[in-house]
Ligand binder design. Structure first.
Ligand code: ADP
Ligand code: MG
Length: 461
């Protein structure tokens, strides 16, 4: 009533969706989803109407908005915001795979939608690329669709035939028919896997093969190519955990370093950035260059999403100008900190040689010190931070054990100092690696014409 239906946009498990426009002068374009009542469990129709009423109240930038609904004797009609960019399945497959950077932005948007729903006790239960829409193709934003529905429909119909695609369903949903909200996390893992590798982990040539893969208890193995960051691999592995009690929790998912919802562009990004700058300036005035630098960098981690979020051109320019100043100061601080860092490392050299001399009769100690030197050498290489960090951690593991067993004396003192030096070094590197990884945020800003200087500031240290 009140709309003219035009082309068919798609159909899924339960419904057919049409593009439509309002008969009113506004000619507003919408998508109308027609759900046949007979596809619902009879008792559910009424519950469903109540549920829809709740969904109507939900507003989130990454959830398809339900504007209104109507029904007649045969159908329920959901009048929704129209998404012109098609669905994520098509988006992935026309590109074969998505680069990690793009997948990460999408995953952040999906996670923010899921966090919003999770806080309201709503599960999706049917997450898959076909149910994730794109606002437009020019500036694609994810919009979660088709949610709050599956709760009213068992994935098994009256004839015990599975509805929907088992490729995205958590194993417990298919095998035990007993499941809860945590199935959504599994599906997120499958979607991410498909985005990065081009097909879901259980992709099969026959139903038998598929069933075997679902029922097996083998750990999901990730392809070695394309190369991905370790955070990304870690997240995939923890989402694609068959046992729901060992799967990553919702809270840990939202906070996972690869998702990092905290740094997602939002209305709060600017305030967080500014608060950190105030602290940085204070530390700078107190002469604590290292802490000031670290705070400036943390602030920039919020300025980048703040710029992303700001739509007003004038305000954007104002933020950029400010950021430019902070970047200049941070560059100066970086020079100060790195020269004093090098000096510290040089100071340690003679003590280090002595310790090595005293370790001649202890091959294990000598080997661990060797690994530490390799770490220092790695640090000098371009992009060697992560490898250096691994080596530091490896040698520290050994050295700490050896230190605990070392009898009092000169060698123990030297070893103690060296362990402290190495730990400080590893801490510093850890921060550096974190900064480097946040570069993707800066790079996505390039399109908006942000200066090279601001971008490089994100990898500042
Ligand atoms: P079902 O419950 O049957 O799975 P969906 O809500 O997933 O129905 O919609 C089916 C398909 O219709 C989607 O995969 C998508 O291609 C298209 N579609 C659904 N909603 C919209 C929308 N708001 N804008 C544009 N296309 C849509
Ligand atoms: Mg669907």
């Amino acid at each position: 009533d009140g709309f003219i239906l035009t082309e068919r946009l798609g159909s899924g498990t339960y419904a057919t969706v049409y593009k439509a426009y309002a008969k009113k002068d506004t000619r507003e374009v919408v998508a109308i989803k027609c759900v046949a009542k007979k596809s619902l469990n009879k008792a559910s129709v009424e519950n469903l109407l109540t549920e829809i009423e709740i969904l109507k109240g939900i507003r989130h930038p990454h959830i398809v908005q339900l504007k209104d609904f109507q029904w007649d004797s045969d159908n329920i009609y959901l009048i929704m915001e129209f998404c012109a960019g098609g669905d994520l399945s098509r988006f992935i497959h026309t590109r074969r795979i998505l680069p990690e950077k793009v997948a990460r932005v999408f995953m952040q948007q999906l996670a923010s939608a899921l966090q919003f729903l999770h806080e309201r006790n709503i599960s999706h239960l049917d997450l898959k690329p076909q149910n994730i829409l794109l606002s437009s193709l020019e500036k694609p934003h994810l919009k979660l669709a088709d949610f709050g529905f599956a709760q009213h429909m068992s994935p098994w119909d009256e004839k015990h035939v599975l509805r929907g695609s088992p490729l995205y369903m958590a194993p417990e949903m298919v095998c035990q028919r007993q499941y809860d909200a945590r199935v959504d996390l599994w599906s997120v893992g499958v979607i991410l896997y498909e985005a990065l590798f081009g097909q879901p982990p259980f992709a099969s040539r026959s139903f038998l093969e598929l069933e075997e893969k679902i029922r097996s208890n083998r750990v999901i193995e990730l392809p070695l190519r394309p190369p991905l960051s370790r955070d990304c691999r870690d997240l995939l592995q923890r989402l694609l955990e068959r046992d729901p009690s060992r799967r990553i929790s919702f809270q840990d998912f939202f906070a996972h370093p690869w998702v990092d919802l905290e740094h997602m562009p939002s209305g709060e990004s600017l305030a967080r950035a500014s608060a950190l700058v105030v602290e940085a300036v204070k530390k700078d005035q107190e002469g604590d260059a290292a802490t000031a630098l670290s705070l400036y960098c943390k602030a920039l981690d919020f300025f980048v999403p703040a710029l992303h979020y700001e739509v007003d051109a004038q305000r954007k320019e104002a933020i950029k100008a400010k950021v430019g100043q902070y970047v200049s100061r941070a560059e100066e601080l970086k020079a100060i900190v790195s020269s004093s860092n090098k000096a510290l490392l040089r100071q340690g050299t003679s003590a280090r040689d002595l310790l090595r001399e005293m370790a001649r009769d202890k091959p294990r100690l000598l080997a661990a010190l060797e690994v530490a030197s390799a770490a220092m050498a790695k640090e000098e290489e371009a992009n060697g931070e992560q490898d250096a960090l691994d080596l530091y951690q490896h040698s520290l593991g050994e050295l700490l054990l050896l230190l605990a067993a070392e009898p009092p004396g000169r060698r123990r003192e030297l070893l103690h100092t060296e362990v402290q030096n190495l730990m400080a070094r590893a801490e510093y590197l850890k921060e550096q690696v974190k900064m480097r990884e946040s570069r993707w945020e800066g790079e996505t800003l390039d399109k908006e014409g942000l200066s090279e200087s601001v971008r490089s500031s994100c990898t500042l240290q």
